[in-house]
Design a protein around this ligand. Structure first.
Ligand SMILES: [Fe+2]
Ligand SMILES: [Fe+2]
Length: 233
């Protein structure tokens, strides 16, 4: 992956690479050309209620909901990581590797937090109303479920926890890229740039969403790689 940037650079931060316009279009094509992963029952248990409440089609409100849930496994891993660092305190190499994982989990959490803020901003600009049950209570319930599933899985079988997150990220990646492909007018809607200082400014809302979609792809690939690593916990 290349690190070229042709728009206003944001503050240097760890996390997924920023892509230029050509790379963003290519990233969209790559996602659309890649079949979705085979989702497990647990993953479907989270996707189904979201589809029922917000519809199968993508929308800013649906994405905001997904972003609330997306941070959860990274929070769970971060917390479990601190416990593991303490456990391995006598074995410096392992403790260091666990701590590196914590740093990665924090960077990914921050990245998901920007996605959420950007989505909430787009929801407000579009003038969509958010009501209590579908927009506050439901995400909280699903996030609560996902958080506990994530840390229990991580304790028992870390690779299952990473696999579940990879499925979640794969789903998000495809949702964003399909939405952009289905709404070509978004290429003519300028990026409002509300969080440009932190996330960069893009030529259009379409490019902004493509960048977020590519971040999800990066998260997915990181989780798939973590799955193959020897147990670090
Ligand atoms: Fe995200
Ligand atoms: Fe993500």
């Amino acid at each position: 992956m290349t690190m070229t940037v042709d728009h206003a650079p944001a503050t240097t931060r760890p996390g997924p690479p920023r892509l230029d316009r050509t790379q963003l279009r290519q990233a969209q094509q790559d996602t659309l050309d890649t079949p979705r992963m085979k989702y497990s029952l647990l993953a479907k248990m989270m996707f189904k209620p979201v589809d029922l409440m917000y519809g199968k089609e993508g929308s800013y409100t649906k994405f905001a909901m997904l972003e609330i849930i997306a941070r959860v496994p990274y929070q769970a891993w971060e917390r479990m990581g601190y416990w593991a660092v303490h456990r391995h305190r006598g074995r410096s190499a392992l403790a260091r590797r666990v701590f590196e994982r914590i740093v990665e989990a924090r960077a990914d959490q921050d990245n998901e937090q920007w996605h959420l803020l950007i989505m909430q901003d787009l929801v407000q600009r579009a003038g969509h109303k958010q009501s209590l049950l579908p927009h506050r209570a439901a995400p909280w319930l699903i996030a609560f479920f996902y958080y506990h599933v994530s840390w229990v899985l991580f304790l028992v079988r870390p690779d299952w926890s990473y696999r579940l997150n990879a499925e979640f990220e794969d789903h998000a990646e495809h949702e964003y890229m399909t939405f952009v492909a289905d709404n070509p007018d978004l290429d003519f809607v300028p990026d409002p740039g509300t969080y440009a200082a932190e996330y960069g400014r893009y030529r259009s809302v379409a490019d902004l969403l493509r960048q977020i979609g590519h971040d999800e792809r990066t998260h997915k690939l990181d989780s798939l790689e973590a799955m193959r690593e020897p147990r670090v916990r």
